[in-house]
Design a protein around this ligand. Structure first.
Ligand SMILES: Nc1ncnc2c1ncn2[C@@H]1O[C@H](COP(=O)(O)OP(=O)(O)O)[C@@H](O)[C@H]1O
Ligand SMILES: [Mg+2]
Length: 369
């Protein structure tokens, strides 16, 4: 019997909504349909303002909470229509929401995702599972990354030590040892696309550096790169997670002087920065890794991927497509899978990843009728 779930993911790039419909039955894992809905410019601007400056009025926050729910409901209904699937066939939607704040280390640790899940449940007539991160945080976990349990269920291999690298706004790694008696680990490595997007938007007036073309023609500023790599986040041991409130241009410019350099060379250097911080994380915390499978939008940045392949020359690097899932849909599918875990009352966190004191059920259930 088919077990259909929808996954909705909006990551730290603030670019839009990844939507997928998947069959998660024990007999057959299959992605049945996908849809990407870019955020309208107005929403992007409001989100950037809210996240980077943290000075937006509450009314803006509230309006965004509503507008994002509307966009997510539209995305779900579009997907169902394009797949010709009736809402009654869908067991639940795993709804990540848009992170506007993630601070796992403070005394008052919290992670806030917006996009009212009540509205989504009411306007799709499908059960929604949302607010995945905070139960893990309530038991002293980082609340992130949450995708490793899904990676483990789908991608772990008994012949080779694998790692899954997701290059979103922030990059994260899942380490899957071939010896299944060893713990699965995972953590955020630091910047993925977030700084690249911000710098590109400031100087090139487009959302992102398409295929890394701008960066590819610049020169890496070695002194700046070394300065950036001294950030204390990189020497912290896992479990660790981070967000755009930490890795953003405002904060970076408080610590290093950028305006003395050529803008294009800075884009090149920031691309090296993402690559070096990922490579450093792998070498320090998973030196036995034999294969890295990449997902997330960063895989389309050819310059970044070329640098990564050169930097990790002794490791096989490929797309998650090689192991059965297109890189654009790994994260959204993971949240569909986490929704299923919640309905089955099975834990979704891995304590060796998040540092939580115990396994817990992730997400709250929103059911309209
Ligand atoms: N062709 C491309 N060239 C360079 N970067 C790209 C390309 N396509 C997507 N990206 C990057 O991927 C990002 C979106 O990736 P995504 O996995 O959705 O991240 P997140 O999970 O943080 O939302 C874009 O903001 C952009 O930086
Ligand atoms: Mg995205």
């Amino acid at each position: 019997m088919d077990e259909l779930y929808i996954g909705l993911m909006s990551g730290t790039s603030n670019d839009g909504i990844d939507t997928c419909l998947v069959n998660l039955s024990e007999q057959k894992f299959e992605v049945l349909g996908t849809c990407y809905q870019a955020y309208p410019q107005e929403i992007k601007t409001q989100l950037d303002e809210l996240i980077n400056n943290q000075t937006s009025p509450l009314a803006t926050l509230s309006a965004l909470d509503h507008s994002l729910a509307v966009l997510n409901a539209v995305a779900v209904n579009k997907l169902l229509q394009s797949c010709n699937i009736h809402k009654n066939s869908v067991a639940a939607i795993g709804y990540h929401g848009q992170t506007i704040y993630h601070e796992p280390t403070a005394d008052k640790a919290n992670s806030i995702q917006i996009g009212n899940p009540n509205f989504l449940a009411a306007h799709t007539n499908i059960t929604v599972v949302a607010d995945f991160r905070r139960m893990d945080m309530a038991v002293a976990g980082q609340g992130a990354p949450l995708v490793p349990a899904f990676h483990q269920s789908l991608f772990q291999d008994t012949l080779k030590n694998r790692a899954i690298l997701n290059i979103g706004g922030i990059a994260n790694l899942t380490i899957l040892p071939k010896d299944k008696t060893l713990p699965v680990t995972g953590f955020d490595t630091g910047p993925g696309n977030a700084l690249l997007n911000e710098w590109n938007q400031r100087h090139q007036h487009s959302d992102y550096d398409k295929d890394g073309q701008w960066a590819a023609k610049g020169n890496c500023i070695e002194t700046l790169l070394q300065e950036l790599l001294t950030d204390e986040y990189f020497s912290k041991p896992p479990p660790k997670s981070t967000g755009r409130e930490y890795f953003n241009l405002n904060r970076l410019e408080q610590n290093v002087q950028l305006n003395i350099y050529n803008a294009q060379d800075i884009q090149t250097t920031l691309t090296h920065f993402s690559v070096q911080s990922i490579a450093l994380a792998l070498v320090s915390h998973a030196p036995e890794t034999q294969q890295v499978f990449v997902c997330g939008g960063g895989i389309n940045n050819h310059f970044l991927m070329d640098l990564l392949i050169k930097q990790l020359a002794s490791i096989e690097i490929d797309s998650t497509e090689q192991i059965g899932l297109h890189p654009d849909w790994v994260e959204a599918t993971a949240f569909a899978w986490l929704a299923k875990q919640r309905l089955l009352e099975k834990p979704g966190n891995i304590t060796s990843v998040t540092g939580a004191t115990r396994e817990v059920l992730l997400g709250a259930i929103y059911k309209c009728t």
